[in-house]
Ligand binder design. Sequence first.
Ligand code: NAP
Length: 290
Amino acid sequence: MELLDGKKTSDDIKFEISKKVEELKAQGKKTPHLAAVIVGNDGASRTYVNSKVKSCEKVGFRSTLIELPDTISEADLLAKVNELNNDDDVDGFIVQLPLPKHIDEHKVTLAVKPSKDVDGFHPENLGRMMLGLPCFLPATPAGIVELLDRYNIETSGKDCVVIGRSHIVGSPMSVLMARNAKVGNCTVTLTHSRTKNLAEVTKRADILIVAIGKPEFVTADMVKEGAVVVDVGIHRIDDPSRQSGFRLLGDVKYEEVAAKASFISPVPGGVGPMTIASLMLNTLKAIDMK
Ligand code: NAP
């Protein structure tokens, strides 16, 4: 088994981006600037946003963290989004999800200007992705494509099964794996909670991408010998024996599935860092999209 090491790969990408930022600066061009909006105090969301901001610093981007209380009204949040849309100094921005229940996430996603939508969640970007036009690809699926590419995983003609059909991970992932591209040309099966005999379907997968949001759901008996397994899930499990008070698990029962897989992405250190790397790549692209 070989590790799909997202941490190392994202470090390589960040190094490459930092070189490009140096070039931009040497040419007297603008330093890329990413803004991140976080609403409320959810611990996991804060950790994700903080690592995004820290990564910006690492590659030489400018970053702005906008912290808003969970009591903010939908109208005030939309006004903040509009402000960022119109701020020429900000090249791209994200609004960290999930949002408090009284705010309609779709409204917020739709309000983000597509040319600054570095998370790739706006329908205009998703539609352009479907048509193969220039766009921001959704950060997590794009990070997985990049990871498979950098490990030279052969995808053409392979059976790919995706578990989960969310708008931010599973659905766009299935589109990317089926498109006519270097990482693509798979025969894709997109599964969800109504899929019958899931294990029978997953056992046919040469490439299994798991975004179900249930800790250690995928077990060895669901995986074909030699499969490539990508684990998108992240779960904080209470663990008083650790200083942090928790440990991270994925959607895949790692040890037993790793014993059968040819390649597997770990949690942590797999898809998470690749999502951040994608966000950085999208921010760099935002300069050209302007
Ligand atoms: P989500 O919106 O909760 O979607 C989960 C999907 O799994 C749904 O499509 C659901 O089907 C399907 N599902 C639930 N139970 C199932 C079952 N028994 N059999 C088959 N399918 C089932 O989750 P998400 O936002 O895609 O996230 C998935 C996981 O990835 C979470 O752990 C999340 O924290 C993690 N994540 C990680 C990153 C990263 O950067 N590493 C980024 C995003 C998300 P239905 O549609 O039928 O309900």
